[in-house]
Design a protein around this ligand. Structure first.
Ligand SMILES: Cc1cc2nc3c(=O)[nH]c(=O)nc-3n(C[C@H](O)[C@H](O)[C@H](O)COP(=O)(O)OP(=O)(O)OC[C@H]3O[C@@H](n4cnc5c(N)ncnc54)[C@H](O)[C@@H]3O)c2cc1C
Length: 434
């Protein structure tokens, strides 16, 4: 049987492996985690809107009934091209005839001093839970030590990056602070809680139309969020962020939503040609250059838009739809080669882009450029995320959760689960984070 190894069970890897179910191939999906993560809702976990299990799904359950698909939980460390084996840490190598690389990307810190050490990226479920615990702990710290809390930045939350993730986090943080004061008995003055959204560019949401970006900025400002555009971050410390203009913002919480890179991930280390941002260079059919029967999809690859439009040779954005569509396409190319048929070029079907700013405020921009915003945009956003969320149980739980929160402004998993049980107090400087 022809052996296919799929590295990564994100949107791209899942889509590839699903397209191979029941075919005359033996598929091994390998991932360092035993679950698939629905990244678009990580910000909800980070701001205590959803629980971890609501946005993750066990990979084994997805393929449990597929006789020709097996799962291996292991960290891929490289590829032995001579032996055609995927190398994994602490485990037996996985031989392959065809390989699909769908290992995603990671947070990009641009070499900014202190950013990787002191800020909170939002790329994995672990990141999201860590950030949630940190934010909730800050609120507890302020409750226990209210003196000088605002001055030392305990109630200041800086979000770096004005793309969809940054906008979503900022909006959700504002709602979390509202709820904390209204429902959870926190006694700090809500107006002392600052959320500052920083971006080096001079507008938010660059993939969206100008009018959509203005709507987002106006909505965020209306919810009390300070927006600092055209400002690069110079450095991040445990207690402050310094901007290029020399201003220093005391803060204990910097959320890093400044972009992603493939550099430093396994895709960057498999001895295959890479382009800007470390993305694997692929041909129009998604074949990795210089290697036979190797395909790369999703965030890890510089997937070309394809089709007949003017953007045919431009590289697709790193979004879920590209990963889903390219994953399925790569699987079909594996089957085409097996059948002795020629491969076909990938053509991305752009279904539009979306971003939510919070309760009843979101933007949906269609391929035609038409923008739907406000409540309608928000409902479209909710519906689409429910459709693509993996797992029936998760869809139901998230739907109920959203409906309940919408009606009550109330519950949400505002629990601190990390080991540390009490606020840490820095004698010189007041409470600090873990
Ligand atoms: C916070 C956030 C919000 C987002 N919001 C949206 C949105 O609203 N809409 C949208 O379209 N896109 C959104 N995106 C982008 C979208 O999630 C990605 O484009 C998509 O997940 C890419 O899919 P992928 O399969 O290429 O990679 P991923 O989904 O990242 O999956 C990669 C998989 O590979 C595994 N892996 C990585 N390295 C190894 C290794 N060495 N060994 C074994 N396994 C490994 C990982 O564990 C992971 O399961 C968001 C991304 C983030 C981070």
């Amino acid at each position: 049987m022809h052996r296919v190894v799929v590295v990564g069970a994100g949107f791209g890897g899942l889509s590839a492996a699903r397209a191979l179910i029941g075919k005359q191939v033996e598929v091994t999906v390998v991932d360092q985690r035993n679950f698939h993560t629905f990244q678009p809702l990580l910000y909800e976990v980070a701001t205590a809107g959803l629980d971890s299990g609501d946005v993750a799904y066990p990979i084994r359950v997805i393929f449990g009934k597929a006789d020709n698909v097996t799962f291996r939980m292991a960290t891929v460390t490289g590829v032995d091209w001579d032996r055609r084996e995927v190398l994994v840490a602490d485990s037996q190598a996985l031989p392959f005839d065809s390989l699909i690389v769908a290992s995603g990307a990671t947070a990009r810190f641009f070499g900014i001093p202190g950013a990787s050490e002191h800020s909170f990226p939002l790329y994995t479920l672990t990141d999201a839970r860590r950030l949630r615990d940190h934010i909730l702990r800050r609120l507890e710290d302020v409750d226990a030590h209210p003196e000088g809390a605002a001055a030392r930045g305990a109630l200041t939350f800086v979000v770096v990056g004005g793309g969809p993730t940054g906008v979503e986090v900022a909006g959700a943080l504002a709602e979390l602070l509202d709820v904390a004061v209204r429902h959870d008995g926190f006694r700090f003055n809500r107006s002392a809680g600052r959320i500052i959204l920083v971006d080096a560019l001079d507008r938010l949401l660059t993939p969206f139309r100008e009018s959509a970006a203005e709507y987002a900025a106006g909505t965020l400002a209306g919810r009390g969020i300070e927006i600092r555009l055209g400002q690069s971050v110079k450095s991040v410390r445990a207690d402050a962020v310094e901007l290029e203009d020399g201003s220093v913002i005391p803060t204990r919480t910097v959320v890093w939503a400044g972009g992603v890179t493939v550099e430093g991930t396994v895709a960057g280390g498999i001895d295959a040609p890479t382009g800007p941002n470390g993305r694997l260079l692929v041909d129009h059919d998604l074949a990795v250059r210089d290697h036979d029967d190797v395909w790369a999809v999703g965030d890890a690859a510089a997937v070309l838009w394809g089709g007949a439009g003017p953007e045919a040779d431009t590289v697709c954005p790193q979004v879920a739809q590209v990963a889903i569509q390219s994953g399925g396409h790569a699987a079909r190319q594996v089957l085409a080669r097996l059948d002795g048929r020629p491969t076909t070029p990938f053509a991305y079907k752009d279904k539009g882009i979306m971003a939510t700013i919070g309760r009843r405020a979101a933007i949906t921009q269609f391929r035609s450029g038409r923008v739907v915003r406000g409540t309608l945009g928000w409902l479209a956003w909710l519906a689409l995320h429910l459709v693509y969320l993996v797992g029936f149980r998760n869809k139901i739980v998230v739907f109920i959760n959203w409906s309940w929160r919408y009606l009550s402004w109330g519950s949400g998993p505002r629990i601190i689960v990390s080991e540390e049980t009490a606020p840490v107090v820095d004698e010189d400087d007041g409470p600090v984070g873990p």
